[in-house]
Design a protein around this ligand. Structure first.
Ligand code: M6R
Length: 364
């Protein structure tokens, strides 16, 4: 059932505009321009802090969401790997919400965190793709993604559907807490409604990305950098690339580069710079200039305004559609996934079943 796609991963990347629209459809009322959440038996408005726990790509969706939850709902957010959560003594309580995120709903470490928090009397919300899963059953508030079955081991459409749900959740929570008004809610609903079409436009980047795949596939190591929500996107780009192409890759906050990793940069080190135009652009571009000054080969992923300002001297420039920064991560995910996919194709690895990995990690 791959249709005319070579791999499930490719099919799932291409399905994203549709499944993200489906997922948003479960939360947004486009006519009233409001966000609705499924019913739950506790008072969400009384929550004063959120702990996000997940693994891998789901954790990175949570990392992106932390920016939305803080800026819109003004709620403090802590993020932890599910595998490390148990080694803390989390300060649970009825005013705190544990937010778990999982495609499968069965990841052992994430499930253990859910059970730990519930046993301590804390409420748990779960963003889950498989409706019949254990996490979906055990959560106090189920926030489903509607990505449909994800077969490729590399998470793609589940990730963007998680982002869609988390963005809608942040807006809903902000309204409940009174940190945004109805007008701002409507504006955010309109932005989210634009996301699937912009993601569709981003799929057209396949050809320029494919052209980059051969040279990048010869690299030993690749760095990804970004700032703000582009930092978790850099982490996601590196995770996806190492997972399916077996090229060593790391994501860094752009500003961290000069605190160590820039020592690695030479003419053999490609650096993927994720820098859409906007308030963070100039600073990331100055980090990019530091890389280029040391001979680093830069691939700049930005929008038309960003590339018009700064594409000179790069190895390649990838132009993503220009969208409001709120929905940028949903759109940015597409080139990041396509890059990993095409580099893996160029290397000839088993894209859908990468070595040593399982789709669902049910041991701790
Ligand atoms: O089923 P889950 O979302 O809980 O799985 C979490 C991670 O194992 C998963 O996202 C993993 O990192 C992916 N293979 C990344 O592409």
């Amino acid at each position: 059932e791959k249709g005319n796609h070579r791999h499930f991963m490719e099919k799932e990347i291409h399905e994203q505009p549709i499944v993200v629209a489906q997922t948003l459809g479960a939360y947004l009322d486009p006519l009233a321009e409001t966000v609705g959440l499924p019913p739950c038996d506790f008072d969400l408005a009384a929550i004063t802090r959120i702990q996000i726990v997940a693994c891998g790509t789901a954790l990175l969706a949570g990392h992106v969401a932390s920016y939305w939850l803080e800026s819109l709902a003004r709620i403090p957010v802590a993020i932890e790997n599910a595998s490390e959560f148990r080694y803390r003594e989390p300060v649970c309580g009825p005013d705190a919400l544990l937010l778990v995120i999982s495609q499968s709903g069965e990841t052992a470490d994430t499930l253990a965190a859910l059970r730990h928090a519930r046993a301590a009397g804390q409420k748990v919300a779960a963003v889950v793709n498989v409706p019949s899963s254990t996490m979906a059953r055990e959560a106090d508030l189920l926030l489903p993604t509607h990505a449909g079955p994800e077969i490729g081991v590399a998470s793609t459409k589940a990730f963007t559907c998680q982002l869609a749900v988390l963005a809608a959740f942040a807006v809903a929570l902000a309204r409940l807490r009174g940190t945004i008004d109805a007008e701002a809610e409507a504006a955010h609903v309109r932005m989210l409604t634009e996301a699937p079409a912009a993601m569709n436009a981003a799929l057209a980047l396949e050809a320029p990305i494919q052209a980059l795949a051969q040279p990048l596939s010869r690299a030993q190591d690749i760095l990804y950098i970004g700032r703000g929500p582009d930092f978790p996107m850099a982490l996601e780009g590196a995770l996806k690339l190492k997972e399916i192409s077996y090229i060593h890759a790391e994501g860094y906050a752009a500003g961290e580069l000069k605190h160590g990793p820039i020592a690695l940069v030479d003419e053999h080190m490609p650096v993927i710079v994720i820098a859409p135009s906007g308030p963070r652009f100039e600073k990331t571009i100055s980090n990019m200039a530091e890389v280029m000054a040391r001979g680093g080969q830069v691939v700049l992923i930005s929008d038309a305004a960003g590339l018009a300002a700064q594409a000179a001297g790069t190895m390649a420039a990838i132009e993503v559609p220009q969208v409001p920064s709120f929905i940028q991560p949903l759109v940015m995910a597409v080139p990041v996934q396509l890059l990993a996919y095409h580099v893996a194709l160029a290397k000839g690895t088993d894209v859908d079943q990468p070595r040593n990995l399982a789709k669902s990690v049910t041991v701790e």
